[in-house]
Design a protein around this ligand. Structure first.
Ligand code: ARG
Length: 487
């Protein structure tokens, strides 16, 4: 959606008096040129038009049901709104009904309806205020946005699962403190990202459960003396039962805030993953090769292949945090009841959503085309004593208390380092027995099967705990993911 400037509305801002301004005899009231531009939200809330019309149709049907408008009037309203919807779909930003001086999407659509159907249109706003109207529109938008996030997450999940299918059993180091820790398989790490992104996705379902109540019928602040049936509107819309407080429903933006938090958590996860892969794509790691479609060159250094898309994913996370903190700050000083500050919610929400959707899309494409560099990873795999913990666990199976086993292996690692030996498996056998004896252990704790607990390739086949990042854990989880994605 392109931005609307004050000039884009065709007529001069002051030309159309606001249809709802009467208290001052129709003059004053934000008719100053700057005030017109200052107060408007049309430039960004017109993307709520579909939701606004859906809410209006539900409201009109309810008005007819309780006898506040006739069947015939309902028919006119529905027909008028249907035509307006089609016009907006056709004309987009160029729709003739967008008039900046009418402030927002709600007033533009209502004015267009009145122009089309006259008095029936004038009845639509019975018992309603823009305050409950916009609160509803926003929830309907959140509902749809969550629906749109689903396939985007789905593509990313699918890309990770396919990458696992290609490179999942390559053995690689895991890191803690960014220091080599224990050996894992590539698939084990991919499962880790799948879990993190899945949690990000499921958070949206949870936030909808908390926020789904229908605010429509709340009116401006206190409710209405007319016999509106809020249950009826709730039933015909993809929202929950009516909210219990009109004051709260029109004054709170928790749905937008929770959504922003969900988006911020998604952005944070994307950013962490991007950082990981930026490291892996470096010459120093050399673990991963990114597809050329998602890297860029340097204007000066001819050899460069930079992971700019990943860097932008990492960087744009900052914008989303900004959107969340902005809306939290906008809301923090607001007394109960609607305040115009709330209008700023949409700027933050839409910006964060658009950005996260783009980043998820990009992430899915990068994952789908990435390759782990098996040979390069294998090259230095026995560096860093990745099997040290495994050796300590071997000693535990031989009856050695873990703390003692930890000391023994610590000494053995030290021995490797002083002798310039690269890995535990390459230490002369007698060093194992003398080290055990030095710790007061029987040399028999070292059995002939010890060798099976050494070396990254063997260690990743030994893990048996639930959720392990070795071969067994990875295979179990990827099966579950494949089944899930097939559904
Ligand atoms: N454009 C406004 C918003 O986004 C709609 C509600 C206006 N309410 C009012 N009392 N002026 O919040």
């Amino acid at each position: 959606m392109s931005k609307t400037s004050s000039k884009s509305s065709g007529s001069s801002p002051k030309a159309t008096p606001k249809p709802w301004e009467h208290a001052q005899g129709g003059v004053g009231s934000a008719s100053d040129e700057l005030a017109v531009r200052f107060v408007e939200s049309l430039s960004y809330d017109r993307r709520l038009s579909k939701h606004d019309i859906a809410g209006s149709v539900a409201h009109a049907r309810m008005l007819a049901k309780v006898g506040l408008i006739s069947k015939d009037e309902l028919g006119q309203i529905e027909k008028g709104l249907g035509a307006i919807r089609a016009e907006i779909e056709r004309d987009g930003d160029a729709w003739a009904g967008w008039k900046l001086e009418l402030e927002d999407v709600h007033m533009c659509i209502e004015a267009a309806l009145i122009e089309k159907v006259g008095d029936a249109g004038r009845k639509l706003h019975t018992g309603r205020s823009r305050n409950d109207q916009v609160a509803l529109d926003l929830k309907l938008w959140v509902h749809e946005a969550i629906g749109n996030l689903g396939p985007m997450f789905g593509k990313l999940f699918g890309a990770f699962v396919e990458l696992a299918g290609r490179d999942g059993e390559i053995v690689m180091p895991s890191y803690t403190h960014l220091q080599r820790a224990q050996p894992i398989v590539v698939g084990g790490e991919l499962i880790a990202w799948l879990e993190a992104f899945d949690r990000a996705w499921r958070r949206f379902g949870a936030l909808w459960e908390v926020n789904k109540e229908n605010p429509l019928g709340g009116g401006a602040a206190a409710g209405s003396g007319l016999p509106l049936d809020r249950g009826v509107t709730a039933e015909s819309l993809p929202v929950g039962p009516p909210t219990g407080s009109s004051l709260d429903a029109t004054a709170s933006r928790d749905a937008a805030l929770d959504m922003l938090y969900g988006l911020a958590m998604t952005a944070m996860t994307l950013s962490r993953w991007a950082e990981q892969w930026i490291l892996y794509a470096s010459w120093e790691f050399g673990f991963i090769k990114l597809d050329g479609r998602y890297t860029t060159g340097s204007s000066m250094m001819p050899q460069k292949q930079n992971p700019d898309m990943l860097e932008l994913i990492r960087g744009r996370c900052g914008n989303v945090y900004g959107n969340l903190v902005a809306l939290l700050t906008i809301c923090k000083g607001l007394p109960i009841g609607y305040n115009r500050d709330l209008q700023e919610d949409k700027r933050q929400l839409f910006a964060a959503y658009d950005l996260v959707m783009d980043c998820l899309d990009m992430a899915g494409r990068i994952v789908a085309t990435a390759k782990f560099q098996g040979e390069r990873i294998a090259h230095g795999l026995e560096r860093g004593f990745l099997d040290a913990t495994s050796l300590a666990e071997y000693l535990v199976t031989r009856g050695v208390p873990f703390r003692t086993a930890h000391q023994v292996v610590g000494s053995l690692v030290h021995e490797c380092q002083t002798r310039g030996v690269e890995s535990l498996a390459k230490l002369p056998p007698e060093v194992f027995t003398t080290t055990c004896k030095a710790k007061g252990l029987d040399a028999k704790v070292i059995g002939p099967d010890m060798a099976q607990w050494l070396g990254a390739e063997q260690v990743v086949r030994r893990y048996q705990t639930l959720g392990n990042a070795g071969v067994e854990g990875y295979r179990r989880e990827i099966k579950r993911w494949r089944e899930r994605l097939a559904r």
